[in-house]
Design a protein around this ligand. Structure first.
Ligand SMILES: Cc1cc2nc3c(=O)[nH]c(=O)nc-3n(C[C@H](O)[C@H](O)[C@H](O)COP(=O)(O)OP(=O)(O)OC[C@H]3O[C@@H](n4cnc5c(N)ncnc54)[C@H](O)[C@@H]3O)c2cc1C
Length: 572
């Protein structure tokens, strides 16, 4: 049911949420429970959001022997001291109650032989504090949240398979809603909202290969950037240590958590040289760099990989707790991981940066919030610990939903003019009108972008490679203006959506490269071979990126919030 309709039947809600993954659904529940009318928009059915792929688990210091302080310290060290400590403290303190809330809502977390919630170890953590449902944790949580949303149907409208193209602002610059296209029939609609929460997920498709699905195209980051919102930590792109060569499919960190080893082609357990205390369970940036060094120095396999030996895990345990990767190994690599090692290498997985927010989810644009992978609070800083992202989506999704709902009582419902709708309509008509064969195909431009990023903006970077990548992105931006599509219809036209998403990806890629060029040091996921040391004197600060009316992104800085954990030398 639409909560408030004007004479043109424009959907009007207190809170508009764009994205229905874990962050969006958690925000929607919180906003509805706070009494707001809510719309939640998703370009795919909500339970197909990319959160469904999350495998290994979610962190919380719930065990009496563990503490939120220990979780916070591990997260800060993992971030290479770039994470904001006030935000990290909020997240780690709230984590145990969130796990219990999920459990009570119906998430069937693994229980151990004594009937207590069971944990597995994850990278960079000083205690086993990852709660999980086999290796389908994201799927399990997403489905339970979706069921919970059903209970709020009287004040919460779901727009499933609707694509947001643009954010709307009033004359004072306040975000007042969005323009969305109904994918079923191509109809464009203005959505009015007192507050808008971006929960659009990350931007993995900027790279090729990536562990992220085809829908993860950075839409929210680019849309916020285009209306002047500030982005932060964009140079911090995580390469996961264990992805399959060629297709980028993820082998969850849960495998190493259960005891799997990493071996080079000489059969050496090489992590002894790089992280003697944590071995395979050092932070992801550390393990990925170690693997890439082995491969670059000729100790990898001819297919540019090293081996993950899951036979170290008892076979029965693998079949019970890691069954999805048993399937992935068999179906995509022809390997029975319970009997032989599987070849893996570092692959693009996650973006620590995103739309800059405060701890309530507010961006630098009034009325616009962001939560989840689209956002940068920043709890992950230079490197995210495994199993901290699901936590981030839920804690800051909830906070954004509550805050957005709480401030709205006095605000009138905005009324956006139709002129923006007409602009978007014209833009889409222009794309639909492009003759086949006129320009380069969208897929070809996207593939070149992905390969360029993977070659030059990966585990190791330098000024020459980053400059090359930037030049390529500028050329691809020109080509994108005339990119050809084949489908000229209105019903589920994914071609036209692909063309729009390509524009978002190019904006995100440029922001990543400009930020990576700017940070002249090595910290977390950004390793500059031309500046190989961490330099706290110069660079213990966030790199912010904004549009500010120029064609090329503008750089500024903001301070890192340090409460009680002073930066130290980072070793594992
Ligand atoms: C293979 C894999 C395994 C992972 N495993 C773990 C793990 O075990 N633990 C962990 O902590 N993290 C894990 N992660 C990371 C984690 O899953 C993600 O960071 C997190 O789920 C992102 O959630 P989100 O709600 O921010 O975005 P998503 O779940 O990606 O949702 C984005 C939503 O936005 C919508 N959307 C996007 N653009 C538009 C648009 N233009 N219009 C309308 N709707 C739009 C989408 O339809 C979707 O509903 C994993 C990631 C991958 C890829």
């Amino acid at each position: 049911m639409r909560s408030q309709l004007d004479s043109r039947s424009v959907p009007s809600h207190d809170v508009l949420i764009i994205g229905a993954g874990l962050a969006g659904q958690r925000a929607a529940l919180a906003a509805a429970q706070s009494g707001a009318t809510v719309a939640i928009v998703s370009k795919v059915h909500p339970v197909r959001s990319h959160s469904v792929a999350a495998a290994g688990g979610i962190n919380a210091a719930l065990n009496p022997d563990d503490s939120w302080e220990s979780h916070a310290y591990d997260t800060i060290k993992g971030s290479d001291y770039l994470g904001d400590q006030d935000a990290i403290e909020i997240m780690c303190r709230a984590a145990p109650d969130e796990i219990l809330w999920l459990e009570h809502a119906g998430v069937t977390f693994h229980r151990d032989d004594t009937g207590h919630l069971g944990t597995r170890a994850f990278g960079g953590a000083s205690a086993a504090r990852t709660y999980y449902v086999a290796d389908i944790t994201g799927q399990a949580i997403l489905h339970v949240l979706y069921e919970q949303l059903m209970g709020h149907h009287e004040r919460l409208d779901r727009y499933e398979e609707w694509f947001t193209t643009d954010l709307l602002q009033d004359d004072e610059g306040r975000c007042v809603g969005a323009i969305c296209r109904n994918l079923r029939n191509g109809r464009l609609e203005l959505f009015n909202a007192k507050s808008t929460i971006l929960a659009c997920g990350g931007a993995g498709q900027v790279y090729r290969p990536t562990t992220n699905g085809l829908i993860v195209t950075g839409d929210g980051i680019a849309q916020a950037f285009r209306i002047g919102a500030r982005l932060m930590d964009m140079e911090m792109v995580q390469y996961h240590p264990t992805t399959l060569a060629g297709n980028g499919l993820l082998i969850t960190e849960g495998a190493r958590g259960e005891g799997a080893w990493l071996l080079n082609a000489e059969g050496e357990r090489f992590m002894e040289r790089y992280a003697p205390n944590k071995m395979e369970l050092a932070s992801r940036d550390v393990v990925s760099r170690a693997e890439q060094t082995e491969i670059d120095e000729g100790r990898g396999f001819p297919d540019g990989t090293v081996a993950l030996d899951i036979t170290k895990v008892p076979r029965q345990r693998t079949l019970e707790a890691l069954r999805e990767i048993v399937n992935i190994g068999r179906d995509f690599a022809g390997v029975d991981i319970t009997r032989e090692p599987i070849h893996i290498h570092p692959g693009q997985h996650y973006i620590m940066g995103g739309v800059k927010t405060d701890v309530e989810g507010r961006t630098t644009i009034p009325g616009l919030y962001a939560a989840g992978e689209v956002a940068c609070v920043s709890v992950h800083g230079g490197n995210r610990l495994g199993a901290n992202s699901l936590l981030d989506t839920l804690i800051f999704g909830r906070r954004a939903g509550e805050h957005a709902a709480g401030l709205l009582r006095e605000l009138p419902m905005p009324r956006s003019s139709n002129s923006r709708l007409l602009d978007t309509d014209r833009r889409i008509a222009e794309i639909l009108g492009r003759e086949p064969g006129h320009g380069r195909r969208v897929a070809a431009i996207k593939a070149e972008l992905g390969d360029t990023m993977n070659e030059n903006v990966a585990v190791f970077r330098d000024a020459a490679g980053l400059t090359r990548a930037h030049e390529t992105i500028r050329r691809l931006k020109e080509e994108e203006r005339t990119a050809a599509i084949d489908d000229h219809g209105t019903v589920f036209n994914q071609d036209v959506i692909g063309a729009i998403e390509l524009g978002y990806m190019l904006d995100v890629a440029e922001a990543i490269v400009v930020a990576a060029l700017e940070r002249k040091e090595s910290r977390g996921a950004q390793f500059r071979t031309d500046f190989p040391e961490r330099d706290d004197d110069q660079w213990l600060k966030h790199v912010d990126i904004s549009r500010n009316g120029t064609d090329v992104p503008t750089v500024s800085y903001s301070p890192v919030t340090i409460t009680k954990w002073e930066p130290e030398v980072r070793s594992y």
